[in-house]
Structure formats: C-alpha cells, structure tokens
Write a protein of this length. Structure first.
Length: 663
C-alpha cells in the first residue's frame, strides 16, 4: 500500500534530493489550482441567481443558530444544519468584506468554498490509487465538469455534502493507514481481552490504595452526574406543569400571584412561550452544572486512578482520530446519510486490523457522534429518536410532483428504472465518460492483479453502487435529476484517474502527447463552462443532442436560477410601479427586483385546468413543463433567457386589461 499521507516524506525527500522543479512537486499543482479557482469564484459569484432551495436552508440555519441562544422554534428537518449555520455566519463576514455583494452572493461563495474543499480531498483520495500527475489530471477533469461547476455556487445541500463526505472518507482511510504504518494496532501483542484484564487489575489496585474520602467523593460525584442526566426530562415535565398551573390558576392563588409578579404580560403572552423560555434556562443551568460535575469527577478519578487516566488521555490525544471523527460528524450533520462514510472507514479498518481496531474505532465514532449532537440542535431533546425520525423522512421523502425524463412525464415517487443510469451517462462530458469506461476496465484488472489496492477499489465500488442500487430497487423518490447523488460522483472520476494512470504508463516516453491528450479531455468541459455560464448545471452531452436537444426531453433549469437574468431585464424596461407576475418560489425574484415593482406569485401548479386570473404588466415564466405555455398564453414574449440553444425562461408583456386564465 503506498502512503496515504499527502505528499509523503519519502516522496518529498526524493524530490528535494533530485532538485525537482517546483511544478513537479506533488503539492504545487493542486495548490495552484485551488488558488486559481478561489480567484475565479470571486470574479463570477455575483452572476449566479438564487435557487429554489436556498431561502429555506438559510431560514433553517438561522433558526438553528437561535437555538444556541435558547430559542428553539420549528427545528425539525430531515437534514442537519451544520453547514448552513457555518455558511450563514461566514456569508455575513464576506458581505462585510465585499460591500458590493448581496447576502446571497456571500452564501453562494460559501457553497463554492465547500466545492473547492471537495476538490482538494478528491485529489488526496485519488492519490491513494494513482501517481500525482494522473491524480491532478483527474482532479482537473472532475472539477471542471459543467454540472458540478454550476451546482458549486447554487446548491447549499448536495455540494457541501459531497465535499464533506469526501473529506470524511479520505481522512478516515488516512487515519487507518497511519495506525497501520505506526504499528499502533497491527503489531501490538496485547489483545482486547488482555487489555481489559489489565484495566481491571489497575482499577482494583487504584481503588484499594485511594483514601476513604476520595472514594466517597468519587461515588458522590458519580451519583450526582447520573441523577442530573436521568432526571433531566422529568424536571422539564415538572417545570412545564408548574408554569401551566401558575398560568391558569386564579390570580388570587399564591402560585399565580408569584408568577404574575415576574410575568407582567402573562395575559398577552401564550403559555408555551413561558414554558419554552423556562426549559431553555434550565437546559443552560443543567449544562453548566453538568460540565462542573464532570470536571470534578474527572479530577477525582485522576487522583484515584492516575495511571489509567494518564494512559486514557494519551490514547485520546490522537489528532488524526479527532479530525476524521469531526468530519464524520460534519457530513452527518448535513445529511443523514453521512454516517455511511464512517461505515466505509470502519469496514476498511476492521479488514486491516480485525478486533484490534475496535478501541480506536470507538473513539472515532464517539467523536463523530458528539459532533453530530453539538451541531444539530433539533437532536438535543431526544437524540436517537429525532435522528431516526429524520432518517426515516429522508428515506421516504414526503413530496409530490412530476419529473421530465426522455420526453415523458413521470411521478417523482415512481421514476423509471433507467432514470439514474441514463442521467449519469448524459450529464458528463464525452471525454470524461470515455475515461470512466476505460477506468472501469483498469479497476477490474487491478482487483485481480494488485492486492494492495483491492480494498480501496471495493470500497469505492460500494460507495457508488450501494446508494444507487438502493434507490432503484426501493423505488425511492427522485427529482431534480440526480443532484441528491452528487456525493457518489467522485468515485466515477477516480476511475478516470485509473485510466489516466494507464495512459501515462503507455506514453511515459511521450510527455507532449500525454499532456495534449489531457488538454483535449478537459477542453469540452471548459468550453461548456464558458458557453453556459452561469447556468452550467443544465449541461447535457451530445448523446441527447446537447442542452438544446435535452431541453424538451429532460429537466434543465429546474431551480430557475435564470429568473435573475429575467428580472434584471424587467428592471431595465418596466415603467415605475409596474406589476410583475412570476411562477415559482419567491426569493429568486424578490432578491433582485426593483423596490417599486409589485410582485405577484403565481401558484405552483402544473394542472392545465388550474384557474389563474390576474392583472399584470409583465410575467416571468420558466419553460420547465411548458409553464410558459400554460400561463398567459396570449401575451407577447419580449425576452428569453437562452443558453446552449435552449430557452430557460421567458418574459411576457401582458395586456393589463385582459383577463388571463390558464387554458
């Protein structure tokens, strides 16, 4: 197994000793690429419009942040708020640093930063299997794909999850190989059973030698901690009951009198508001008391069992385990499928070290679990119950709607069997597809001939196949193409990296030809990134006739980010105080509309018989599902948002005196 520590010391020594040029050092190309991407992102971020899901995610992040201040209203969601909270706070900082930006621009740049982080960890993961050159070429091919580049700015859910899932797996596998390399696990002579036997002996010895006062103090602190934890829910119920009685009792009663002395506006404030505030105050009190008791308990335990605690602290002080565990928690706090990254790491660790891996795995999973809890306020009251509830909601998402696939309309709850396989085939560039196919063949060869890479390849296969197969077999709810499956895309481009490695081996004496082939492989992606900007996520390849050919058969601008360009046009041509009707979510228009414009939201209905009567001056309509034909059918189109030969949205001039009804 080649070193998984990035830019391993032996490799760096070889480069220094050979006085290799800066460009050929493994860390330099990827660092330069990241710097270039960060700069490009700053230049183009303000050109991307708001997408359908962004305003709800921002609102949920804001509510989750408020929970840390004691306000916990409507925190239930099938996704965790970690990334949203981090992006929300960081966006405000970015807007302060770049005064010309709107808040949504700062939010978009945070999405892009998550994507860039994913690029970095993709390179590190790819380096496990191939040399620096092919890994960099695969990273370039991966990061320039129009589909991914477009989502990188506007997708606050699937892009961050892809990036953090990548980071979680990469750091986890590197953690395992670090322990293998250091012989911390694989070469130890002490089994788990022997370790526990030694632990029991040390506990007995420490307890016997401790003073009676320390023993009593330790037992007392343990009982207080246990009592605080076990009584937490009971005390919350008692607090609610007392407040309810004080709120509803006659003012003459003693309890009500005391309550109304403190709650001067009790008649105007609902009961639940007082209960929520009291619960928040008790939660903070219990937290501080619990921390104080835990610290005291730990200190007394150290006095009683100094050798055990010392060894325990040395065991816990493992930065790689904490880093990998935190990213496991971060990915799980974005989507409930995040623990799958930890499962991949655990399988890899157990395959390498067997039962000897259990103690490190427990610490790794413990850190991940703690991270999930700390950064997901919805779980604070009933962690396991609420997490399972979110997981169940994710598995069977309660959404009703239609999807356009192959020119036919299907229910999102019953997509065709070929939905995901076809979309994986038509939404990446042709050169990328060719390299992925070649990489698949190379991976098969490696599985047979290279035992040191076998486990890595099998894990990559499970990473891709398991969620895709489960979605197909279980008839999962699918919509918006395969954006929910972006987290499996890196595995495909690692296959492309294997293909590039094989090509490099064949052309090792022809570097000019090799570089030319890599440039040719990346050029289609760069070309369409330019042509479709800022709507790269609508990309389809020539297998379905490009974006123009796909526009009537597949979903293109399903998040209607083209509305920004449409409302910008209306801002320029509409007389003062005009009325603008639009179909779809509010934020995509209101964020960019002139203050004097009156905006009318058209009901989000695809039913051709849905009646809609209004007086308007202009209408902004998506072309998805022929919405532009259903609404205001007699109005004149005065502007179209087009890219790649496809029309994404239209602006219509409406005759104000006409009564408009969907036909």
């Amino acid at each position: 197994m080649k070193s998984v520590i990035p830019f391993a010391k032996s490799n760096a020594d070889r480069l220094i000793n050979n006085k290799t040029s800066l460009w050929r050092r493994p860390g330099f190309p990827i660092s330069l690429l990241i710097i270039i991407y960060l700069a490009v992102g700053l230049l183009v971020v303000t050109q991307y419009g708001a997408s359908l899901d962004e305003i709800p995610r921002i609102q949920y992040a804001d509510r989750s942040l408020a929970a840390y201040l004691g306000r916990s209203d409507n925190l239930q969601d099938e996704k965790g708020p970690f990334y949203g909270m981090f992006a929300l706070v960081s966006s405000k900082v970015l807007v302060f640093l770049f005064p010309g930006w709107k808040f949504i621009d700062g939010w978009h740049y945070m999405n892009f930063l998550a994507f860039v982080m994913g690029i970095y960890f993709f390179y590190r993961l790819c380096r496990r299997l191939v040399d620096p050159g092919p890994a960099f070429a695969a990273t370039l091919l991966f990061s320039t794909q129009p589909l991914l580049w477009g989502h990188a700015f506007i997708n606050p859910k699937d892009i961050p999850f892809m990036a953090f899932f990548l980071a979680s797996v990469t750091l986890g596998l590197e953690m395992v190989d670090h322990f293998q390399a250091q012989a911390v696990v694989s070469n130890t002579k002490t089994s788990v059973q022997d370790w526990f036997a030694i632990l029991r002996q040390k506990i007995a010895s420490g307890w016997k030698s401790a003073s009676a006062r320390l023993r009593v103090l330790l037992i007392g602190l343990a009982l207080l901690l246990a009592g605080l934890v076990l009584s937490y829910r009971l005390i919350q119920v008692l607090i609610a009951a007392v407040i309810r009685k004080a709120y509803t009792d006659p003012p003459s009663s003693w309890l009500a009198s005391v309550f109304r002395q403190r709650a001067l506006h009790a008649g105007q404030v609902p009961l639940q508001a007082y209960v929520t505030k009291a619960h928040a105050l008790y939660s903070w009190l219990a937290l501080f008391l619990g921390i104080a008791l835990a610290l005291a308990f730990f200190w007394v335990t150290w006095l009683v069992f100094p050798s055990i605690i010392g060894r325990f602290l040395r065991f816990l002080a493992q930065p790689r385990v904490w880093l990998a565990g935190c990213f496991l928690g971060f990915s799980s706090d974005i989507r409930t499928l995040g623990p799958a990254s930890g499962l991949l790491v655990a399988v890899y660790f157990l395959s390498k070290a067997g039962r000897k891996a259990i103690l490190v795995l427990l610490e790794y999973l413990g850190v991940g679990t703690l991270t999930i809890y700390l950064f997901w306020p919805y779980l604070w009251n009933a962690p396991l119950k609420d997490y399972l509830s979110s997981l169940s909601q994710t598995a069977d998402y309660p959404m009703i709607g239609n999807l356009l696939f192959g020119g036919n309309i299907y229910s999102i709850q019953n997509p065709p069997v070929g939905y995901l396989p076809v979309l994986f085939t038509v939404q990446f560039t042709e050169t990328a597809l060719g390299l992925i196919v070649v990489g698949f063949v190379v991976a098969g060869f490696y599985l047979i001939r290279k035992a040191n890479l076998r486990m890595d390849l099998l894990l990559l296969g499970v990473w891709f196949v398991a969620p895709v197969a489960a979605a197909i077999i279980l008839h999962s709810t699918l919509y918006n193409n395969f954006r929910q499956f972006l987290f499996v895309v890196p595995t495909l481009f690692i296959l492309a990296g294997l293909a590039l490695q094989a090509i490099r081996t064949r052309l090792k004496d022809k570097p000019v030809l090799l570089v030319s082939l890599i440039i040719l492989a990346v050029l289609p992606a760069l070309y369409w990134d330019w042509q479709l900007h800022p709507y790269q996520y609508v990309y389809y390849n020539s297998l379905v006739g490009g974006v123009a050919g796909a526009s009537s058969k597949f979903e293109t601008d399903y998040w209607t980010i083209s509305y920004k360009e449409a409302i910008n046009y209306v801002d320029q041509v509409a007389p003062k105080n005009s009325t603008v009707a639009f179909w779809g979510g509010h934020g995509r228009v209101t964020l960019y509309a002139r203050p004097d414009l009156t905006l009318i939201y058209v009901a989000n209905s695809l039913d051709p018989g849905y009646p809609f009567n209004t007086l308007a001056d202009y209408a902004i309509l998506s072309t998805s599902f022929n919405i532009d034909k259903f609404y205001f059918p007699g109005a004149k189109e005065i502007f179209q948002v087009q890219r790649g030969g496809a029309t994404l949205a239209v602006v219509k001039k409406v005759n104000k005196g006409d009564l408009i009804q969907v036909k």
